[in-house]
Ligand binder design. Structure first.
Ligand SMILES: *[C@@H]1O[C@H](CO)[C@@H](O)[C@H](O)[C@H]1NC(C)=O
Ligand SMILES: *[C@@H]1O[C@H](CO)[C@@H](O)[C@H](O)[C@H]1NC(C)=O
Ligand SMILES: *[C@@H]1O[C@H](CO)[C@@H](O)[C@H](O)[C@H]1NC(C)=O
Ligand SMILES: *[C@@H]1O[C@H](CO)[C@@H](O)[C@H](O)[C@H]1NC(C)=O
Length: 202
């Protein structure tokens, strides 16, 4: 329980990030868009799932050409789960908080991990991770100490009351991915674990 509450503060690593082509600053990517350009509203109440999906789909199409960055400005951005794409930076400004929906209807079911063959808490499929990605390369999650908030209490309450039919999602899960940087961002209040990189290589 303590671990869940504790903010996972990832240290700032001052590397020559742009020089390495890695893109910790949105300026390192050729295509830079704010999430508001896809219709998102940062009022903490509007559900922005479709806006995040549109943003990642659009930037995913552009990212092969010099990379792409999605900038999340100051505000509280409520959304259901979304996936990342390659050659991509998710950049959270100071005071930006991405809030996970607490409505389980917003969390689709996904396949279990191949090496588990079932969900971790329950058999069968599992709830989506909040932020996911498979088979990605060159992904950065960074910014000026924004927050990714799983608002996980609802999940923990149901989990302890044995009211969940499926395994909870993680705050961030990356599968079969490489060249990932996570810096200068705070992960809090996950429905289960915070960060779960699996089948990934350096
Ligand atoms: C994210 O990708 C996984 C496959 O890697 C898929 O099962 C899932 O539906 C996707 N989630 C969203 C919200 O698009
Ligand atoms: C990702 O890579 C794994 C391992 O190479 C492969 O089994 C899987 O089909 C790939 N998934 C996608 C969505 O390309
Ligand atoms: C990390 O965030 C701080 C502000 O919280 C900012 O001053 C600094 O430039 C950021 N560093 C990187 C590498 O983004
Ligand atoms: C980053 O944000 C967290 C939580 O909001 C806070 O505890 C921490 O002090 C901040 N770090 C910096 C360097 O601003």
């Amino acid at each position: 329980m303590a671990a869940r509450r504790a903010a996972l503060q990832v240290a700032v690593v001052l590397l020559a990030l742009c020089a390495g082509g890695i893109g910790a600053s949105p300026g390192c990517r050729k295509h830079v868009r704010r999430v508001t350009e896809y219709g998102a509203v940062g009022d903490g109440r509007t559900l922005n799932t479709a806006a995040f999906a549109r943003a990642v789909a659009d930037l995913g199409r552009r990212a092969g050409d010099g990379g792409a960055a999605l900038v999340v400005p100051e505000g509280r951005w409520l959304t259901g789960p979304f996936n990342l794409t390659s050659h991509f930076t998710l950049f959270l400004h100071r005071g930006a908080e991405i809030l996970a929906s607490q409505d389980l209807e917003d969390w689709p079911l996904i396949a279990p991990l191949p090496s588990y063959g079932r969900g971790r808490d329950e058999p069968g499929p599992r709830y989506s991770n909040f932020i996911g990605g498979s088979n990605l390369t060159d992904v950065t999650i960074s910014g000026y100490n924004g927050t990714i908030n799983g608002q996980g209490q609802v999940w923990w309450d149901k989990f302890h009351a044995k009211q969940l039919d499926y395994t909870r999602g993680y705050l961030l899960e990356l599968l079969y991915s490489r060249d990932i940087i996570i810096s200068n961002v705070t992960f809090v209040d996950a429905p289960s674990w915070n960060l779960h990189p699996t089948y990934c290589t350096m």
